[in-house]
Design a protein around this ligand. Structure first.
Ligand code: HEM
Length: 252
């Protein structure tokens, strides 16, 4: 697997997109994406624009917000009382709330944002996935306009600012001028959950913080938590990109 992920012959694009194999009906990940002739340069440019927003310092600064979001969901779970579904109560909402935080999506828009992310990650229903993607793109454009007018301390505001200053020479310069920071070092750990090589998950440090926040809150809050159904009855969700369990019924 590692060798495949390092192999430059494999990529996200295809010289003849209509003839490329598909892995599913997801609008974003089901088939080829991007321009075959410029894929490497486009990827390096995107990565170098995003990387400064995912430095250890930036991610550390987000930790208190991530912890507050996780605590709020755990408090809500306690109020709701047993039994509960941990997928619905925690695993689905937390990452979306953290992304909203990162991008600076206002609270009022978060339900809509969540609905689009749900639609876009459908891997069986292409029309639904495309609707979700269109929703996210349209909303993204509005958000950019809003952040240009009223910048905040979020990634979109940061990208708007860097696009008008430092990023412009990077974007218009030859690919060889793109800083090499766009390539992540291979992780020391041996698992592949966050991928490997040039496309190693840029959000891995943030994802780790989310996982730490959840588990360090869950155990002290609910020391008696246990499965509410036999483990053999749990099912895996094959309809969405992220997969995982369909439901995780627990009681305490
Ligand atoms: C537990 C949570 C997560 C898992 C398991 C995960 C997993 C992955 C994997 C396997 C890849 C590689 C895909 C490939 O090889 O094509 C990837 C790429 C990526 N991830 Fe994550 N990810 C997680 C969370 C996040 C978060 C929180 C963010 C950002 C907020 C993020 C942003 C990205 C981006 C931008 C890429 C593309 C990198 C590139 O193409 O250079 N991920 N992720």
């Amino acid at each position: 697997m590692r060798r495949l992920l390092d192999d430059p012959r494999l990529g996200r694009s295809h010289p003849e997109p209509d003839r490329a194999a598909r892995t599913g009906e997801s609008a974003l990940f089901g088939g080829p994406l991007g321009d075959y002739d410029t894929e490497d340069a486009d990827h390096a440019r995107m990565r170098s624009l995003l990387q400064p927003h995912f430095t250890p310092r930036r991610i550390r600064a987000l930790r208190p917000r991530v912890e507050a979001l996780a605590t709020a969901l755990l408090d809500e779970l306690a109020r709701h009382g047993p039994p509960a579904d941990l997928v619905e109560a925690l695993a689905v909402p937390l990452p979306v709330l953290v992304i909203c935080e990162l991008l600076g999506v206002p609270y009022a828009d978060r339900d809509r944002f969540r609905a689009w992310t749900r639609d876009v990650s459908d891997v069986r229903d292409r029309a639904r996935s495309e609707r979700g993607l269109a929703g996210l793109f349209g909303y993204g454009q509005q958000l950019v306009a809003r952040k240009r007018a009223q910048p905040g301390d979020d990634v979109i505001s940061g990208l708007c600012a860097s696009c008008s200053t430092t990023a412009r020479p990077i974007m218009t310069g030859p690919p060889s001028l793109i800083p090499n920071g766009s390539r992540s070092p291979s992780p020391a750990v041996s698992h592949l959950s966050f991928g490997h090589g040039a496309r190693y998950c840029i959000g891995a440090p943030l994802a780790r913080i989310e996982l730490q926040a959840v588990f360090s809150g869950l155990v002290p809050h609910f020391p008696a938590m246990r499965l509410a159904e036999p483990a053999g009855q749990l099912t895996v969700n094959r309809d969405t990109l992220a997969g995982g369990l369909t439901r995780l019924p627990v009681t305490w």
